[in-house]
Design a protein around this ligand. Structure first.
Ligand code: AHM
Ligand code: MG
Length: 332
């Protein structure tokens, strides 16, 4: 249930019983992500000032070392989750290996693992274009009380208990799901508070936007080429509109609100495409499905893929139900 002017903090408390293993742990976890996101937001917003106060790797006016923003975001999320001792492990797109968190008394008692892409699309920062953070939360699969293992992270997306993204755009939003629909919260920067601005977000069943890096067209599989030609055909409600920011969170956020499809196919020299299954595709797929859309690799549901490696890539198609189904019919 949503009330007027409800804050994220209030919403988390009110909805924590939605969760099958409600111990408050998941709520604290999302809380910690929300705080770290505020710190990252603050840094992202002053990114343009870096040239004035000192470039990455140099010392700024206050004598502090300047960090690159993606490094800063990675450290901020990891520190925030580690300090509060609410997870037993973290895997980040920025790190080669996962991190084990022993917990308060070295007892490995925490139940959740987090997988995170701390700053996706970071090449957009230099040109003042939106970037995002993407996160995915699972219950560990190995017994509580023992150190986490790789198995805890290599779970299929259909076992996610929560997922979300933060978009650092014209305004900053946190959008997340715990499997009971998708809700979006906008940060009021003056107060540092997130307000429920987009309750129960839904992908329109049909859309008119397609988002793909068409520069790779000649390398796409035939089914994708045919689908793009279909989008461009002069018929009924077509041609569709092409919109591609090159920042996954922003492209999918827009398509969820307006109706559309995002496509990052395998290309001839990179048959698995570019996007990471665990840090990018699974969380976006969970949100998409919870918002009534569909996410696949062109053939099968993204969330049913059994991962074999932490940094595994996969072709990715996600968006309005009828558009994704149409694309899949071209792949057969
Ligand atoms: P990153 O994790 O290195 O930032 O790359 C992911 C980004 C996505 O946000 C975006 O959709 C995609 O890469 C764009 O890739 P391309 O420039 O090949 O179109
Ligand atoms: Mg990324």
């Amino acid at each position: 249930m949503s009330r007027k002017n409800q804050t994220l903090g209030e919403f988390i408390i009110e909805n924590q019983t939605d969760f099958p293993y409600a111990s408050g742990e998941l709520s604290r976890l999302i809380n910690s992500i929300r705080l770290a996101a505020k710190m990252v937001n603050h840094e992202v917003n002053k990114a343009g000032l870096v040239d004035i106060t000192g470039a990455a790797g140099e010392t700024n006016i206050q004598g502090e070392d300047q960090q690159k923003l993606d490094v800063f975001a990675n450290n901020t999320f990891i520190n925030s989750l580690t300090n509060r001792e609410i997870v037993c492990g973290i895997a980040s797109e920025e790190n080669d290996d996962f991190i084990t968190i022993k917990g308060h008394k070295n007892d490995h008692k925490n139940k959740y693992v987090v997988l995170i892409d701390p700053l996706d699309g970071s090449s957009n920062i230099d040109v003042n274009v939106s970037v995002g953070t993407i996160f995915s939360i699972y219950r560990r699969s190995t017994p509580v009380g023992t150190p986490v293992t790789i198995e805890d992270f290599l779970q299929p997306g259909n076992l996610q208990v929560a997922a979300g993204y933060i978009i650092y755009g014209t305004s900053t939003m946190l959008v997340y799901t715990t499997g009971h629909g998708v809700n979006g919260f906008t940060l009021n920067p003056a107060l540092g508070t997130y307000y429920l601005s987009h309750p129960n977000m839904r992908f329109p069943e049909n859309g008119k936007i397609y988002s793909v890096n068409e520069g790779n067209y000649v390398h796409f599989p035939q089914g994708i080429k045919d689908y793009i030609k279909y989008c461009q055909e002069e018929k009924e409600d077509r041609p569709y509109t092409s919109r591609y920011i090159g920042s996954l969170v922003s492209d999918i956020h827009r398509n969820m609100i307006k109706g559309g499809i995002y496509i990052y196919p395998g290309i001839s020299n990179y048959p698995e495409g570019k996007l990471r299954l665990l840090y990018e595709c699974n969380p976006m797929a969970f949100i998409t499905e919870q918002a009534g859309g569909r996410a696949s690799d062109g053939y099968q549901r993204i969330m049913d893929i059994k991962p074999t490696e932490l940094h595994q890539r996969t072709p990715f198609v996600c968006g309005s139900m009828n558009m994704v189904e149409k694309l899949e019919s071209f792949m057969k």
